[in-house]
Design a binder for this molecule. Structure first.
Ligand code: SAH
Length: 402
């Protein structure tokens, strides 16, 4: 399967016996040896941090310029900062990036990196080049607790949230890997939180990362080109609406609660009507254009003409578009991809029903880099799945409302 893939393994993966390997890895989460990882700080936090070090807050601007505009990760190279301040930063702070464990390149140019989170855990990011843009798909958690029936990430359970520095570090690192030059063209034009994890279940670390993506002193990305995808954590969608303006994508995958609860178990807590109300609220609040509804095409499960019509009835007249994702299989998934004919017909019925719809082109599937194929590497972990907790919560709700 992987014959077109060029797989290389980077050095630096041999720390097993070295001293402090474990502690060193833990430091990659940003809090190593009491140092502050500057990649985890928003502009305001960096200003406060500079003030804390007895420096002027405007130093934060210079630091961000080095970090994000020039791609510099060494304090000693930051030549317009006073030597004393550089020395102090080197002592107290760090610019720590996730370590690359391995990388692969697909026949279509898609690239995937496996990144180290801790000694025994890793997560993935994927770069998808297109003629008019470059999209980086990043992870927000190691594993995922949401337990969606068709998703490979779900099968590994949840291990931990990524820190803000690890989320920001992915974009920083990808820029470097892709040959970013300070005065050159932008390589990464779009960032999508569609890798491993449920971003809204890691709200606390994800929102500051989004701020750094959008900040003109940070990656300076357009808010329409930063997309957060959620399986439908309704309360957090309302919170997000208060906090930040990015493009919202929602994994819908079914037009009715009965089926959606089977495919996306969080639906038992937050059914479709509630979810859609939260989406329209988000668009109102943020003056957004539309919510993108992702819909994975599963043969004989959710791809019938009747289901297309039901979906159109649900969304027509609202600021919505649908992105149909051909299911990407993996061993033991238990699902099959819908036929091209079924996908085409489904899209046409949505369009006829007044709903904008597109089909997502599959990219990087020869290196398992396509949607839902990211599994990272997790050992030594407790599998936490949402399923049982959802069941418990749903029965409490049912009892309370009985
Ligand atoms: N947890 C977030 C972010 C993941 S985004 C969310 O659920 O939205 C990844 C998208 O790919 C989601 O829409 C997800 O449902 C979809 N997906 C998962 N597994 C897939 C698979 N095997 N084939 C195609 N799409 C899949």
């Amino acid at each position: 399967m992987n014959t077109d893939a060029d797989q290389t393994t980077h050095g630096g993966d041999t720390a097993g016996s070295g001293e402090g390997a474990g502690r060193g890895e833990a430091a990659s989460s940003g809090e190593g040896a009491g140092r502050v990882n500057l990649l985890g700080l928003t502009r305001e936090q960096l200003q406060a941090y500079c003030a804390l070090l007895g420096s002027k807050p405007f130093r934060a601007r210079q630091l961000m310029n080095w970090l994000y505009k020039r791609g510099c990760d060494r304090f000693e190279d930051m030549s317009d900062l006073a030597l004393g301040f550089r020395a102090l930063l080197a002592e107290r702070a760090e610019i720590r990036l996730p370590q690359i464990v391995s990388q692969q390149q697909a026949a279509d140019g898609t690239r995937k990196w496996l990144l180290r989170a801790d000694e025994s855990q890793a997560f993935e990011m994927v770069y998808i080049p297109e003629s008019d843009r470059g999209t980086l798909c990043i992870s927000s958690q190691v594993g995922c607790a949401l337990d969606c029936a068709f998703c490979a990430t779900a099968q590994q359970g949840f291990n931990r949230n990524l820190t803000t520095a690890e989320i920001v570090g992915q974009v920083w690192l990808a820029n470097r890997e892709l040959g970013f030059e300070p005065a050159g063209d932008r390589i990464i034009t779009n960032v999508v939180l569609m890798g491993m994890g449920e971003p809204l279940a890691n709200f606390r670390n994800v929102v500051p990362a989004l701020r750094i993506f959008l900040d003109d002193l940070g990656f300076d990305l357009s808010r329409r080109r930063v997309t957060l995808s959620t399986s439908g954590l309704v309360p957090q969608i309302y919170r997000l609406a208060q906090e930040i303006n990015v493009a919202l994508a929602v994994s819908l995958h079914a037009p009715d609660d009965e089926l959606r609860s089977r495919l996306v178990p969080i639906n038992r807590l937050h059914p479709i009507a509630e979810l859609l109300a939260a989406c329209w609220h988000y668009i109102d609040e943020q003056n957004g254009r539309s919510v993108t509804f992702e819909y994975v095409m599963l043969d004989q499960v959710n791809d019938s003409p009747a289901q297309a019509r039901a979906l159109a009835r649900l969304l027509a007249g609202h600021p919505a578009k649908v992105n149909l994702i051909p299911f990407n299989p993996y061993p033991g998934s238990g699902f099959r991809r819908s036929s091209d004919a079924a996908i085409g017909q489904f899209r046409d019925l949505l369009l006829r029903g007044g709903v904008m719809a597109t089909v997502r082109r599959t990219r990087g599937d020869d290196i398992d880099a396509a949607c839902g194929q990211l599994v990272g590497r997790v050992m030594d972990r407790t599998v936490v799945r949402l399923g049982s907790r959802v069941e418990a919560a749903a029965s409490r709700v049912a009892r309370a409302s009985a």
